[in-house]
Design a binder for this molecule. Structure first.
Ligand SMILES: Cc1cc2nc3c(=O)[nH]c(=O)nc-3n(C[C@H](O)[C@H](O)[C@H](O)COP(=O)(O)OP(=O)(O)OC[C@H]3O[C@@H](n4cnc5c(N)ncnc54)[C@H](O)[C@@H]3O)c2cc1C
Length: 407
C-alpha cells in the first residue's frame, strides 16, 4: 500500500465513498442537509454569535445578566420572532429555523440559546397555535420586534407533576383574578409578556387548568427573587408572585380548562429546542477542545497526536452527530406535521447527556486550564447540567419513550 493511503477507500480524510458514487437526485436528502435558505440563516446567526456574543460571554456569566442592548440586536437579527408570519412583522420561518438559531447561539452561549428558545418554541408557538385573531394581532408584532416572552408553569410544589399547580384563577365579571406563585421562570427579568398557567376549576383537576396572558405592570403581578444558579447564569430564572392579579377575559389563551393542552403541546415542541441548545453547547465544547489539543504540547508534541486523545475526541464527535440527527429529525417531523413526541423526548434525553459528556471531556483535555474561569470550557460544563432538568427531566422523557416502546 502506498505510504499515506488509507487501508480502505472511504475511511481516510477526504477519501469518501460517496464521492465516487454517481449523484442521484431522486432520493431523500440526508437529515443534516440544509436548504440554501436554512444554511444562509444558520451562518448569519453563527457569525452574529461569534462577533456580538462571544466577547460578552464571560462578563454575562459573572454578572448573571444579559445586556438589553444585546437583546435588541437579537430582535434586529430576526431571531426573536422566527415563526411569526411576515404579515405580523416576523421572519416567516419554520420551527426548524428556530432549532438552527438555538443551536448556533448555544455554540457560543447557551444562556442566549435558551432566551431565544423560550421566546420562539414556547411563547410564540403557543400564541400562534392557541391565540385568537385579536390576540395574535395584539401580541405577535410586539414579540417580533421588542417584547421578550416567558412561560410560567412550574411552582415550588409542582415541577414534573406540573398539573398539580396551586395557582388559582377566579372569574370576576369580565376579568379573572389570579393568585399564586410561580418558580424558576426563564426570561422573567427581561420579559414583558408572560403565559401563566392557573387552575380555574380545581374540582375538575387538570381539566381546570387555563393559560392566561399577563403583561408586566399588571396590578397584583410581581417578578420576584432571581435564582443564583450553577449554569446558564446569564439567563434570568425568577419567581413570579400573583396576588389577585386581574386579567381580562380576552387574555385567556385558548379556552378556559384547555390550558393543559396548551402546556403539553408547547412543551412537546419546546423540548426539541432544548435538544438544539444541547447540541450547540456540545459543538462549542468540541470546537474549543479540537483547537486546544492542537496547540497544547506535552512530551515534546501536541497532545492531539496522542491516540487516546484522538479517540476520545472521535467518540465525542460521533455522539454529537448522533444527537444532531435526533434533534433535526424531531424538528423536521414537527414541521411536516408528522408524529414527533417520542422523537422529541429521545432527542432531549440523548443530546443533554451528550452535552454533559462532551463538556466534561473538554474540561479533562484542557487539564488544569479546564478548571479555571479564564478558559471557556468550565462554563459549558456548568451550563450542560440544565438540559437534563428543565422542560421535563430525563426521567420524565424516558417515561414518554417507554410508554411508546414498552406500552
Ligand atoms: C434554570 C431553570 C429554568 C427553568 N425555566 C422554567 C420556565 O421557564 N418555566 C417553567 O414553567 N419552569 C421552568 N423551570 C422548572 C423546570 O421545568 C422544573 O424544575 C423541572 O420540570 C423539574 O421539576 P422539579 O424541579 O419540581 O423536580 P421534581 O419534579 O421534584 O423532580 C425531582 C427528581 O425526581 C424525579 N421524578 C419526579 N417524578 C418522577 C417520576 N414520575 N418518575 C421518575 N422520576 C421522577 C425527577 O426526574 C427528578 O430527578 C426551570 C428550572 C430551572 C432550574
Amino acid at each position: 500500500m502506498a505510504a499515506g493511503r488509507p487501508a480502505w477507500p472511504g475511511y481516510g480524510p477526504g477519501d469518501n465513498i460517496a464521492r465516487v458514487t454517481p449523484a442521484r437526485t431522486d432520493l431523500p436528502q440526508p437529515l443534516t442537509a440544509l436548504s440554501e435558505d436554512e444554511r444562509l440563516f444558520r451562518d448569519s446567526v453563527s457569525e452574529f454569535a461569534d462577533r456580538e456574543i462571544r466577547p460578552l460571554v464571560r462578563d454575562m456569566d459573572e454578572h448573571a445578566k444579559i445586556p438589553r442592548d444585546l437583546i435588541d440586536r437579537l430582535f434586529d437579527l430576526g431571531v426573536m420572532g422566527i415563526e411569526i408570519p411576515d404579515s405580523h412583522g416576523g421572519a416567516g420561518g419554520t420551527f426548524f429555523h428556530a432549532v438552527l438559531a438555538v443551536e448556533a447561539l448555544s455554540r457560543v452561549d447557551p444562556s442566549i440559546g435558551v432566551l431565544v428558545d423560550v421566546q420562539n418554541t414556547l411563547v410564540i408557538n403557543a400564541l400562534m397555535r392557541w391565540g385568537s385573531d385579536a390576540v395574535r394581532r395584539r401580541y405577535l408584532p410586539a414579540l417580533a420586534s421588542k417584547t421578550v416572552g416567558a412561560y410560567a408553569l412550574s411552582e415550588a410544589g409542582s415541577g414534573s407533576d406540573a398539573f398539580a399547580l396551586a395557582t388559582r384563577a377566579v372569574q370576576r365579571g369580565d376579568d379573572w383574578l389570579l393568585t399564586g406563585r410561580k418558580l424558576w421562570i426563564t426570561n422573567a427579568n427581561e420579559a414583558d409578556l408572560f403565559i401563566v398557567f392557573a387552575n380555574a376549576n380545581p374540582e375538575a383537576g387538570y381539566r381546570g387548568i387555563t393559560a392566561f396572558l399577563v403583561e408586566r405592570g399588571t396590578a397584583g403581578f410581581t417578578v420576584g427573587k432571581k435564582e443564583d444558579k450553577l449554569g446558564i447564569r446569564a439567563s434570568s430564572t425568577c419567581e413570579l408572585l400573583l396576588e389577585e392579579c386581574r386579567v381580562p377575559n380576552d387574555q385567556v389563551l385558548g379556552e378556559p380548562g384547555k390550558g393543559y393542552k396548551v402546556a403539553i403541546e408547547t412543551l412537546n415542541e419546546g423540548r426539541i429546542g432544548i435538544g438544539a441548545q444541547m447540541i450547540g453547547l456540545a459543538q462549542g465544547a468540541l470546537d474549543h477542545t479540537v483547537k486546544y489539543v492542537g496547540e497544547r504540547r506535552q512530551f515534546g508534541r501536541a497532545i492531539a497526536e496522542f491516540q487516546a486523545v484522538r479517540h476520545q475526541i472521535a467518540r465525542a464527535a460521533t455522539d454529537l452527530e448522533a444527537a444532531r440527527l435526533l434533534v433535526f429529525n424531531a424538528a423536521r417531523r414537527r414541521d411536516l406535521g408528522q408524529p414527533f413526541v417520542t422523537e422529541a423526548a429521545m432527542c432531549k434525553v440523548f443530546s443533554s447527556e451528550v452535552a454533559e459528556r462532551v463538556a466534561s471531556l473538554a474540561v479533562n483535555l484542557y487539564g488544569g486550564y479546564g478548571f479555571v474561569k479564564d478558559y471557556p470550557v468550565e462554563k459549558l460544563y456548568r451550563d450542560a447540567k440544565i438540559g437534563q432538568i428543565y422542560e421535563g427531566t430525563s426521567n420524565l422523557q424516558l417515561e414518554t419513550i417507554a410508554k411508546q416502546v414498552v406500552g
